[in-house]
Design a protein around this ligand. Structure first.
Ligand SMILES: *[C@@H]1O[C@H](CO)[C@@H](O)[C@H](O)[C@H]1NC(C)=O
Ligand SMILES: *[C@@H]1O[C@H](CO)[C@@H](O)[C@H](O)[C@H]1NC(C)=O
Ligand SMILES: *[C@@H]1O[C@H](CO)[C@@H](O)[C@H](O)[C@H]1NC(C)=O
Ligand SMILES: *[C@@H]1O[C@H](CO)[C@@H](O)[C@H](O)[C@H]1NC(C)=O
Ligand SMILES: *[C@@H]1O[C@H](CO)[C@@H](O)[C@H](O)[C@H]1NC(C)=O
Ligand SMILES: *[C@@H]1O[C@H](CO)[C@@H](O)[C@H](O)[C@H]1NC(C)=O
Length: 587
């Protein structure tokens, strides 16, 4: 379980006139007689605050104060124009939400931000016919493209979602696709299904890629990889790699796709036949990238090792989920070595992974048994194919040695199940927003797993401490540039602060849908603290492949205390496709 050595190292850096002296104090591992403040790392906490009016099954931060959420059209209480709303803006300053008008159905869609800061929501389902409704309010969302332009109104009240399905749409129908921002600031759109599918993607899979804005005169690109991964390849998990290629994992396989040469290069399969995409949802993340080499490593966790030739009626909500995490380094040597297997403290179906600004990965949500989707297995719990929610998150430290990476010290337990159709994101403030969960066909109360409207925040220990803050950050930064920003460091951290314990993270907070955060990314930046500790000079990523151009948040972490994030536009801020910027990566 938790293998943290009971040894604490305190090192003080004393800045004296003309000399820098480092003094290290080693405390002995003997039992501490004085009452220990719970843990040396501090306590995290779940805090419930506010309720949404729709099920937050897709979630994206669209400004420093606003989160945009999407759902389906099947009984949510929030109303707009005399009918149910299925899009909602959440104001993080007041913890209240309000309806936003959407035209087409956003159920099981995806999305991301473009290089000019516009949010794109894409795909969805055919119109929903709620009982007794002959004219549904929702248009066919399967080719849906919805734009939320950058909006400076902190309250969000004047912000709008733009849709014109007649002129602005995808090339083909895509329900359950995923998408990610690539090196030219456009979106690559991956897979999905053309029609409603009860469980497996075997009725009419859309085994292709396309782009927004379109490439190839709007034609799709067939993907042999997606064809091979049917029927367990909905919501493929894809990441832009620092050389501009794309890593994709679906079912029990993975591949690197070169967008420019159109070549797919298969990677070794996920060990032990674990399947990691819908309806056997594991999750995946690109681990933080660090200078000078930005070596990409991918972590894939949870899912199921059930055979996907078994019809869903012969699967059970009590089948154990996989506890496997598989990690691979995407260099020639790393691929030769293959996937390295680690084990989470418990199995998780539909886990979520959140990159934290200090470089750790928060693993939360999901269930110990069963599958994603609704009412498909032999013994659903109510309508849920999954059972035994996992109520306690765990942290994964990518830099710790293998066997010591999972840590639960200080992590709290909730009693709110976050199963199918949950949304989660890191906020610009540095804590984690959790909402949704609805493993039901409509809005259900008094079931074992209700439609969940309660919003929670998971607060890291630093939320209750004095935090560093940064200021005078330019709105736009170029690649491969030194940028000096102002910093205020609380006294208790200032003693220690120097280049060795300051981490500066450039982050895309990603788009959350179906146990996956597409486009989520953390690139560490070298930083120098001025002698007076009042300014920080940061070196931005070398080019638009290391950080796909577009919006980002900068967080500064000193020891274990993270500042609130500050939004910046990275790159030239133009509409995609944008030209290559910065300097090539030294190889
Ligand atoms: C909930 O959020 C509001 C608005 O930010 C804040 O005033 C209030 O203190 C919060 N309540 C709790 C319990 O954190
Ligand atoms: C559907 O319509 C019937 C007849 O008007 C009515 O009795 C019933 O309550 C309606 N059901 C719903 C779910 O609105
Ligand atoms: C992956 O799963 C398929 C069935 O979906 C199976 O035929 C194949 O053998 C598996 N591949 C590996 C490498 O385990
Ligand atoms: C699958 O379940 C169906 C319905 O319960 C049953 O008739 C059938 O025998 C099962 N098939 C297998 C392979 O277990
Ligand atoms: C759920 O249970 C509560 C408390 O027993 C009851 O007041 C409420 O009417 C129930 N709701 C439904 C939809 O049955
Ligand atoms: C950003 O680019 C997209 C795609 O070209 C375009 O539809 C959108 O209007 C642009 N937004 C802004 C603010 O220029």
């Amino acid at each position: 379980m938790i293998l943290t050595p009971k040894l604490s190292v305190l090192s003080y850096v004393l800045l004296l006139a003309g000399c820098t002296c480092t003094l290290s104090v080693l405390s002995s591992p003997a039992p501490d007689p004085s009452p220990d403040p719970a843990s040396t790392k501090g306590e995290w906490s779940f805090v419930q605050n506010g309720t949404t009016g729709i099920t937050a099954l897709e979630v994206i931060v669209v400004s420093p104060t606003l989160i945009l959420m999407f759902d389906r059209v099947l009984g949510d209480p929030l109303q707009i124009d005399g009918h149910q709303a299925w899009a909602e803006l959440w104001n993080l300053e007041t913890n209240t939400g309000f309806a936003v008008n959407a035209v087409t159905d956003t159920f099981c869609a995806s999305g991301a931000l473009l290089s000019n800061g516009t949010m794109v929501s894409l795909g969805g389902q055919a119109p929903e016919l709620p009982p007794n409704v002959t004219v549904p309010p929702d248009g066919d969302g399967r080719m849906g493209l919805r734009l939320f332009e950058p909006c400076a109104d902190p309250s969000g009240l004047t912000c709008t979602l733009f849709e014109d399905p007649a002129t602005l749409h995808l090339a083909v129908d895509r329900w359950y696709p995923s998408s990610l921002r690539i090196f030219d600031g456009s979106l690559m759109i991956i897979g999905g299904t053309n029609v409603a599918t009860p469980f497996y993607n075997n009725l009419s899979p859309e085994n292709s890629f396309e782009f927004f804005p379109p490439k190839d005169n709007g034609q799709t690109r067939f993907s042999p990889f997606l064809e091979r991964t049917v029927p367990t390849n909905l919501f493929p998990r894809g990441f832009a790699l620092p050389d501009g290629k794309v890593f994709i994992v679906a079912n029990n396989q993975s591949v690197i796709y070169d967008i420019e040469s159109r070549i797919e290069t298969p990677l070794p399969p996920i060990p032990n036949n674990v399947r990691v995409t819908n309806p056997m949802d594991g999750t995946a993340t690109l681990l933080p990238l660090s200078p000078p080499l930005y070596i990409p490593e991918v972590l894939v966790c949870g899912g199921s090792d059930s055979n996907d030739a078994i019809p869903s009626v012969n699967l059970s909500s009590q089948d154990p989920a996989s506890d496997q995490c598989s990690r691979i380094m995407l260099t020639e040597e790393g691929v030769k070595k293959g996937w390295v297997v680690e084990r989470m403290p418990e199995g998780r179906m539909m886990p979520e992974m959140i990159l934290m600004p200090d470089g750790k990965v928060l693993i939360t949500n999901g269930a110990r048994t069963g599958y994603a989707a609704l009412d498909s297995v032999a013994d659903p719990v109510g309508n849920s194919n999954a059972d035994h929610p996992v109520f306690t998150p765990v942290l994964y430290d990518p830099d710790a040695s293998i066997g010591q990476r999972f840590d639960r010290e200080g992590l709290p337990t909730t009693d709110i199940a976050r199963l199918y159709h949950s949304g989660i994101t890191l906020t610009p403030n540095g804590n984690v927003f959790l909402a949704g969960s609805n493993p039901n066909g409509g809005v259900v109360e008094n079931a074992t797993f209700n439609t969940e409207f309660r919003v929670q925040f998971l607060n890291p220990p630093f939320m209750s401490r004095s935090r560093p803050t940064i200021h005078s950050v330019p709105e736009k930064v170029a690649f491969n540039e030194k940028v000096t920003v102002g910093i205020d460091i609380p006294e208790d951290l200032a003693r220690n602060a120097d280049a060795s314990n300051i981490k500066v993270a450039l982050m895309d907070l990603g788009f959350s849908s179906h146990a996956f955060h597409s486009s989520s990314r953390l690139v560490f930046m070298d930083a120098e603290l001025s002698r007076d500790q009042k300014s920080l000079t940061i070196t931005t990523p070398p080019n638009n492949r290391v950080y796909p151009p577009g919006p980002a948040y900068i967080f500064v972490t000193i020891d274990d205390v993270t500042s609130p994030g500050t939004r910046v536009m990275v790159g030239n801020g133009l509409a995609p496709p944008v030209k290559d910027q910065g300097v090539p990566l030294a190889s």
